[in-house]
Design a binder for this molecule. Structure first.
Ligand code: PMP
Ligand code: GLN
Length: 433
């Protein structure tokens, strides 16, 4: 095949090359006729592909959204707001796509956005960040997570994950050849036991992935927990990947404590943010990465082959948005906090036990007082019978799961929440039976 291709580019075809071409066509026909080829007509054989991905289920978010569509349900499963996002930021993106340039931006992100990231975290977190060497833009926090994990973990390295863990972490660690070392978090506070963390740290620990505020629990770890984490890895070479996509979605006046502000963690952490959450524009997929130069350089090597770059108009709009005055962030939090309180009251009225939500778009209910202990089965019934979609928290565990907690997204307008609450009130007696 290779020889034929080389010949053809030169525009010459000798008899032996024609024979090569015939053989190649024959081999291709034989290959396509094999049952493991994905052409829609043949059975797929997972073992012929990467078994890790071949055996993975579709994410719980997609699964529940599909069920919501199938049942005509209100989708309080996947986390996206009803709010269309700030109009000025959306207009910037529209103007930039019409008037701006639309070619490949720099792989690290447009300079304007990198400067805006550094300035944003200087203003909101008091951090001193170098826009040129410590900031990178990715296609969503998901790509930032993939670049960090694939870039930093080598086969055999141990990676500490806290469960419930956002769905992308574990498959990425496994694909990198990392050995997951799990720390279990439980309701109602979802904080880690320092002894349980110490027990999984070893000289082989390469990475710890944390998520604060924590999806799906809606919990926020206080500064002392991050300090305990710093202490646990003292004397090791471990790096912390801190998924802080919910940094601005935090309630009741709590401050967001970034890992970069914790003594001992600034030089050994990758901080990941998402414009999707900062501006209620979840479909934009613009991720913000900050890390010390030696770490960022390696993460960027993985990024260059994952997405390489991100739509320039969105980058322009996010650069503008990050500079918005404090009122925008205060109002956004107040609106979401109001939705949290409104929906939590409705859940209580429907007879659910509501767990505290300190941040994120999510509030969880505890099924135990209803005598239920299978969150997945509950969510399937809920979407079919009550026509409300939610997410079972057990989906965020790989084993020894918490199975009595269900997550709802409250980032919806009042009419949506009212209708969801009415449906829950009507269905609750049957569901609890
Ligand atoms: N991490 C966490 C904890 C999330 O909740 C999400 C999305 N909700 C992501 C990562 C992915 O963010 P993005 O859409 O920017 O890829
Ligand atoms: N992060 C969103 C959530 O927690 C979902 C993102 C996705 O669907 N991949 O609901």
């Amino acid at each position: 095949m290779r020889r034929l291709a080389l010949t053809c580019t030169r525009g010459v075809a000798t008899p032996s090359h024609r024979l090569d071409a015939t053989l190649a066509r024959h081999r291709l026909r034989v290959h396509l006729a094999r049952p493991n080829v994905i052409d829609g007509r043949h059975q797929q054989r997972p073992s012929a592909m990467n078994p890790l991905f071949a055996s993975l289920p579709t994410t719980i978010f997609e699964e529940m959204s599909q069920l919501a569509r199938a049942h005509g349900a209100i989708n309080l499963g996947q986390g996206f707001p009803d709010d269309p996002g700030p109009e000025d930021v959306r207009r910037k993106a529209a103007e930039a796509v019409v008037d701006g340039y639309n070619q490949y931006p720099s792989m690290m992100g447009i300079p304007e956005l990198r400067r805006a990231i550094a300035e944003h975290y200087r203003h909101h977190q008091g951090l001193d960040i170098d826009a040129d060497t410590e900031c990178m833009v990715t296609s969503g926090a998901t790509e930032a997570l993939a670049a960090s994990i694939l870039g930093l973990v080598a086969p055999g390295d141990e990676v500490v994950l806290f469960e419930p863990a956002y769905d992308a972490y574990l498959p990425l660690v496994r694909q990198a050849g990392g050995i997951p070392r799990l720390v279990k978090l439980s309701p109602p506070d979802w904080r880690f036991d320092p002894a349980a963390l110490a027990a999984v740290i070893s000289p082989k620990t390469k990475l710890l992935v944390i998520n604060n505020p924590l999806n799906p629990a809606g919990a926020v770890w206080p500064r002392e927990d991050l300090e305990a984490l710093a202490k646990a890895i003292e004397g090791t070479d471990a790096i912390v990947v801190s998924d802080e996509v919910w940094e601005h979605v935090i309630f009741d006046g709590r401050p967001h404590v970034t890992v970069l502000s914790v003594p001992g963690l600034r030089e050994r952490s990758v901080k990941i943010g998402s414009a999707g959450k900062i501006f209620s524009l979840t479909g934009w997929k613009v991720g913000l990465v900050v890390a010390a130069p030696p770490i960022l350089r390696v993460v960027a090597k993985a990024h260059q082959f994952l997405a390489f770059t991100t739509a320039p108009n969105l980058q322009t709009a996010v650069a503008y948005g990050l500079g918005k005055d404090d009122a925008y962030f205060v109002d956004m939090r107040a609106r979401l906090q109001g939705q949290r309180d409104y929906f939590s009251a409705g859940l209580k009225a429907a007879g659910f036990t509501v767990l505290p939500s300190a941040g994120t778009y999510f509030v969880c209910v505890d099924l135990k007082p209803l005598g239920l202990s299978d969150d997945a089965a509950f969510c399937k019934r809920l979407v079919a019978e009550a026509k409300v979609a939610a997410i079972p928290v057990s989906a965020f565990y790989s084993g020894d799961a918490v199975r009595h907690v269900v997550r709802f997204c409250f980032a919806k307008n009042e009419a949506t929440l009212d209708e969801a609450i009415a449906r829950l009130v009507r269905a609750a007696p049957a569901l609890a039976a």
